[in-house]
Design a protein around this ligand. Sequence first.
Ligand code: SF4
Length: 355
Amino acid sequence: MATNQNQTFSTKLITWHKRHGRHDLPWQQTQDAYRVWLSEIMLQQTQVATVIAYYRRFLARFPTLPDLAAAPVEEVMGLWSGLGYYARARNLHRCTQVVMDRYDGRFPQDPDIIAELPGIGRSTANAIAVFCFGARQPILDGNVKRVLCRTHGITGFPGAPATEKALWALAETLLPRRDAASYIQAQMDLGAMICTRNKPACLSAESNCPLSDICVANAENRVTELPQAKPRKSLPHRESRVLLLHQGDRVLLERRPPSGIWGGLLSLPEIAAGVNPAVHAAQALGCDISRFHALPPLRHNFTHFRLTLLPLSGAVSLLPRAAEAAGHSWLKREDIDAAGLPTPVRKILKAFFGR
Ligand code: SF4
């Protein structure tokens, strides 16, 4: 696209955004880098409608970055529970420690330095620098990638390194000289409201897309083809046997290791294939259980594999000897909603306790 066309692209977006964009999201009323950063991390892979409640809850509990830095990571994981992609919450907490240690509790302003903080990539760093410090930088989140692939007819899976490189180069050339913050917000909003993944406005009878007359995909009837999907490969499948040991209205949980799947969250104790559950319960958890019942399996898809959880329930009659050893704790039925549990484990517990 020549310079004039680039200007047309940004001008159309900014003009559209003034009248039709979103201006009242909770994180748009501030230039506080802590708040903007928190919203940007939550919005990765999560819809705005879901994020709003979590964002408000986080700020009510942790109004400032030092508050979040001072909290135990378990409490942060508990508040994050249900948002998924838990590495984000662990990195969130780590990031606050680094900002406290290296930058005296204040976010650095240079986007290259922001991008070195835990859990912050180039696009998020640029968004923080644009919205909070007046920088002039492009962003490339999922919405923007989709819009650029369609408007400029970019082929190739947007997550592939070569395509991503081409998209960054394009995003740089499209950046207007002024009003970068409005332009960036306009791109995000257009992707979320008009040029959506499954129902782009131009495919409806009354298209209200401000870019329809300059959009390559629209002109060439390739809207449903772009952006190109990730090349498919079948996901590996794993099974995991877990113990649901209960006593009255309490259930025994163990804390997962800090890294890996569900890192740092509370989960049901896992037993390796081939291990007798009664032996494991007695030796590792101090619970004597003579009879187990198989509960319905629960399937869950991660981005890189599919998991089937196979729960076995067992009633603990006597107070266990070692169940509260390192990493294990009893959770009351009434605390299931508030605890930092992976969503599939919460589902199993709710089904078990009949809620
Ligand atoms: S014309 Fe269609 S594909 Fe092109 S930007 Fe608008 S909604 Fe997206």
